[in-house]
Design a protein around this ligand. Structure first.
Ligand code: GDP
Ligand code: MG
Length: 195
């Protein structure tokens, strides 16, 4: 299913987006590998544009997996060189995208497995909880972890940090294309749900 994903549209304002039936939203710090994760998930090299320079994606990018079933790539947060005004715009965009649009959704917060979750990742998780939006964690860049650290250990640690169940943490490496099996199953299951 995910390999059929196509770029649908980019939007600088969430209120210009039509409604989907169901969507998964990817969020995370700039440069954490959101675009790379989308490409790995969908087994396509160039579906989402990746960049070595943080702060590149300023718009919401929508990928369509099936009729009105979407993957949404949010602009990354925590990019230092942005003005207060840009941060406010980002907050407004995220609120409009996640809270005001009523589509059934789950947010995957992508964190850097090696760096660990940051304050901004916890802020995001708290904010989503406050609005009762379900979220899960994807720990990317697991290839940077020291040898001997297991997937299970990464999951347990992140689950503890965020106060969620370990089954809702996925350890992956977009670079090495590792760990995507379970994540794909989870996403396809969600996108396939009726009601
Ligand atoms: N080591 C490693 N680097 C990665 C991984 N995923 C992405 N990157 C690198 O991280 C940088 C940012 O990736 P990108 O997907 O553009 O991040 P985005 O800003 O979150 O969309 C690029 O240089 C990628 O090559 C990974 O799993 N492991
Ligand atoms: Mg990106």
């Amino acid at each position: 299913m995910l390999e059929k994903a196509v770029f649908f549209r980019g939007a600088s304002k969430a209120d210009s987006l039509p409604q989907s039936v169901v969507e998964i939203v990817l969020s995370g710090r700039s440069n954490v590998g959101k675009s790379s994760v989308i490409n790995a998930l969908c087994s396509q090299k160039n579906l989402a544009r990746t960049s070595k320079t943080p702060g590149r994606t300023r718009s919401i990018n929508v990928y369509s997996v099936a009729m009105r079933k979407w993957i949404i790539d949010l602009p990354g947060y925590g990019f230092a060189r942005v003005s207060r005004q840009e941060k406010d715009l980002w907050n407004k965009m995220i609120e409009e995208c996640i809270i005001q649009r009523k589509s059934k959704k789950v947010v995957y917060i992508i964190v850097d497995a090696f760096v660990g979750p940051t304050e901004l990742d916890f802020d995001m998780a708290h904010w989503l909880s406050d609005y009762s939006v379900p979220f899960k964690i994807v720990a990317n860049k697991c290839d940077k972890m020291p040898k001997g650290i297991t997937e299970d250990e990464i999951q347990i640690k992140a689950a503890e940090c965020f106060g969620i169940d370990k089954v809702n943490v996925f350890a992956v490496s977009a670079k090495k294309d590792n760990g995507f099996g379970k994540l794909r199953i989870d996403i396809v299951k969600f996108l396939s749900c009726k009601d």
